[in-house]
Ligand binder design. Structure first.
Ligand code: SF4
Length: 238
C-alpha cells in the first residue's frame, strides 16, 4: 500500500517535473529518479527457453541483487516485467493482463530474439512476433539465448534510462501505453478477436495520470465500448 502511494506521488512528480523552475526541486526530482533506478522489483514471466539464463543471473556467480534488482511474485508490486522468450497467442493474453495490473511507472524487458521479431518462430501461426506491438518495450536483449552477462547489461541499461529519464526521456515508455492505447488495443483485437477485453480500465488510468492523448481514443476503443461488459467469475464445473 505504502509503495502504491509512493508510486502515485512519483507519477505526479513525473508530470510536474517538466514545469519546475526551482533548482532545488530539480535536484529532488533527480534524487527520486536515482532512488527508483536503485530499487527495482522484477516479475519474470518465463514464456520461453530464455528463462534458463535467469537462475545463473540471479544466483551467486552473477548475483543480480547487487544491482538492486530482485524477483517479485506479484505484478501489483513489480516494476519490471521480464518476458523471457517466444510468446504464444494464448500466453500473450496473460502477459497483457499481467502488464495492465502493474502500477506505473512500469518497465518491460524482452529477452531473446523471439520477442524482437518472432526469432525462429517467425512463421508460426500460434506465436506473437513483435512484443512491442502489444505493449511498450523499454529494452530488448537479443540473442538465442542471451547469456547472463547480456541480461545484466540490459538491466543496467534500463537502470540508466530510469536514472536519466528527466534528461533523455528514455525511461518513460510506459506512458506510451496510455497515450497510444488505441494502437495497442487494435493489435490485441486483431490477434484475439473483437470481443477482447481486460478487467483494467486503461482509459480511466490514462485520465488519472494525465496521459490522455490523441492516440488514446480511436476506432478500436469505440469497438471495445460496444462489446465491453462486466467480467464475471467463471462457473466451476467438475
Ligand atoms: S530466441 Fe532462442 S532461446 Fe530465446 S525463446 Fe527464441 S528459440 Fe528460445
Amino acid at each position: 500500500m505504502m509503495k502504491k502511494e509512493l508510486k502515485i506521488k512519483s507519477n505526479k512528480t513525473n508530470q510536474q517535473k517538466q514545469k519546475r523552475t526551482n533548482p532545488l526541486a530539480n535536484v529532488f526530482d533527480d534524487f527520486i529518479d536515482f532512488c527508483q533506478s536503485k530499487s527495482l522489483f522484477m516479475l519474470h514471466y518465463c514464456t520461453g527457453c530464455g528463462a534458463i539464463e535467469l537462475p545463473p543471473a540471479m544466483t551467486s556467480r552473477f548475483d543480480m541483487e547487487r544491482l538492486g534488482i530482485q524477483p517479485m511474485v506479484t505484478p501489483r508490486q513489480a516494476d519490471i516485467l521480464l518476458v523471457t522468450g517466444y510468446v504464444s497467442v494464448k500466453t500473450l493474453k496473460r502477459v497483457i493482463l499481467t502488464y495492465e495490473q502493474m502500477q506505473a511507472p512500469k518497465y518491460v524487458i524482452g529477452i531473446c530474439s523471439c520477442t524482437v521479431n518472432g526469432g525462429m518462430y517467425w512463421q508460426s501461426y500460434a506465436t506473437a512476433k513483435k512484443l512491442n506491438e502489444y505493449m511498450p518495450v523499454d529494452v530488448y536483449i537479443a540473442g538465442c539465448m542471451p547469456r547472463p552477462e547480456a541480461v545484466l547489461e540490459g538491466l543496467n541499461r534500463l537502470k540508466n534510462n530510469i536514472k536519466n529519464d528527466r534528461k533523455e526521456q528514455k525511461g518513460s515508455a510506459w506512458k506510451d501505453y496510455y497515450k497510444n492505447y488505441d494502437y495497442y488495443l487494435g493489435n490485441q483485437q486483431n490477434l484475439f478477436g473483437k470481443e477482447w477485453q481486460t478487467p483494467v480500465d486503461v482509459i480511466a488510468e490514462a485520465k488519472l495520470y494525465g496521459l490522455e492523448g490523441e492516440g488514446t481514443y480511436g476506432e478500436n476503443t469505440k469497438k471495445l465500448k460496444m462489446v465491453q461488459h462486466p467480467l464475471l467469475p467463471q462457473e466451476m464445473k467438475l
